[in-house]
Design a protein around this ligand. Structure first.
Ligand code: 1QQ
Length: 389
């Protein structure tokens, strides 16, 4: 089974990490050692700036860097400077594991934000857990991420939260009775979408008339889409990252399929609408962050992001922005710039942290270190996301 071989690989990586970092922070004695240069809180950000994850990772890096810059301008954390150290995970799990090891060792980070994909996190987070480095995941939305260990937290809303939300809202509007499901069978995130979409359809009394799978990197979906077309579903449930979601949408419309698409977090990059054009119109997805959320904090974030990068932020940027601020708040609460265990404990106790994601405007982690917030449903209309209530 894939999960067994993954955990074996992760265990091996953990051992390698402890060896290559000289056991840094990997045992109780190491916890008392300083983990950064005095006066600086260093937060490692491991994001896919290249490779197929870059559609998500570049936004993550931008959101995190902006939060670091603004924290610097507002006095840092307990008088200490905040350094956001971004590295390119390159959509390559071995590279990500290497960076996690460096972050834990020579880079002396207090915490890590990342990696970009659940597929990567299921291995890399075991390394962080083994080295007792807190991780705040923002975009690893498959079930089971915080359960990797007590140093692993998730700020983003998982598929188990956004998929039922999107499907219930879509059902209210579209009154569909049947659905076809298409999902990637070799990626932790898309596979989890497959399972969750099927379970939610069952709960809602929606009949699955066809289920199709694909693999990462596939470009031609005509076989699967032809079968879906002949099954005549009312809607199509799609567990895909943008790299495959775009050709699926485009080829479905080319085949004359008019059924609405409902996606997971993979649809929450504007790249989907940009690259699929008209074929993405009407696609529905649940999200942890809605661009038109009117809180003053959100509006200030959007303005600052636009002025820094010349374009609007997206959900991935918003979550990474929040993650840096949440870690800074925990460091403030723990009165630490150098204790990873104190930071971890503070993360579990945070309450009412002002954020830009979620509907309430404030954040806490649940008792199982997952995102304690609710999401919004959005629909792609005229190439942009609109709220779908
Ligand atoms: C995951 C995801 C993707 C959509 C990354 C942004 O949620 O891999 O878990």
């Amino acid at each position: 089974m894939v999960s067994r071989s993954l955990s074996r690989a992760a265990r091996a990586a953990t051992v390698a990490a402890i060896v290559t970092t000289g056991g840094f922070a990997a045992n109780a004695a190491a916890h008392s050692a300083p983990v950064h240069a005095a006066g600086t809180v260093t937060i490692g950000v491991v994001a896919d700036l290249t490779g197929s994850g870059a559609a998500y990772g570049i936004s993550i890096a931008n959101g995190a860097k902006l939060a670091g810059t603004l924290l610097g301008k507002s006095g840092g954390v307990n008088g200490a400077q905040v350094k956001v150290a971004v590295d390119d995970g390159a959509t390559n799990t071995s590279q990500i594991i290497n960076i996690f090891q460096q972050d834990a060792g020579t880079k002396h980070v207090l915490a890590i934000v990342g990696p970009t994909l659940s597929q990567e996190a299921f291995q890399a987070d075991h390394v962080a857990q083994g080295l007792s480095v807190p991780v705040v995941a923002t975009s690893n939305t498959a079930p089971g991420i915080p359960q990797i260990g007590n140093y692993i937290f998730r700020l983003g809303l998982g598929e188990a939260a956004v998929v039922p939300l999107a499907m219930k809202t879509a059902l209210k509007h579209l009154h569909f009775k049947t659905a076809a499901l298409i999902y990637g069978q070799d990626n932790a995130f898309t596979k989890s979408d497959g399972t969750i979409f099927a379970a939610v359809a069952k709960t809602l009394g929606v009949k699955l008339v066809d289920t199709e799978t694909f693999s990462t990197g596939d470009k031609d979906f005509s076989t699967q889409l032809t079968k879906i077309k002949s099954a005549k579903p009312d809607v199509i449930l799609c567990g895909a990252l943008q790299q495959e979601a775009v050709p699926i949408l485009v080829q479905a419309r080319q085949l004359g399929i008019t059924a609405r698409f409902i996606g997971g977090n993979g649809f929450n990059t504007p790249v989907v609408a940009q690259d699929a054009g008209k074929a993405a119109e009407g696609a529905i997805e649940g999200t942890a962050w809605f661009s038109n959320g009117m809180s003053a904090r959100n509006q200030a974030f959007i303005k600052a992001y636009k002025s820094a990068y010349g374009k609007a932020p997206d959900q991935l940027a918003a979550q990474a922005y929040d993650a840096i601020n949440v870690i800074a708040d925990a460091a403030r609460m723990a009165h630490t710039t150098d204790s990873r265990s104190a930071l971890r404990d503070a993360l579990t106790k945070l309450n009412n942290v002002p954020v830009v994601t979620g509907s309430s405007g404030t954040f806490h982690f649940t008792s199982d270190r997952d995102a304690g917030e609710t999401g919004t449903v959005q629909i792609i209309h005229n190439g942009a996301y609109e709220e779908y209530k």
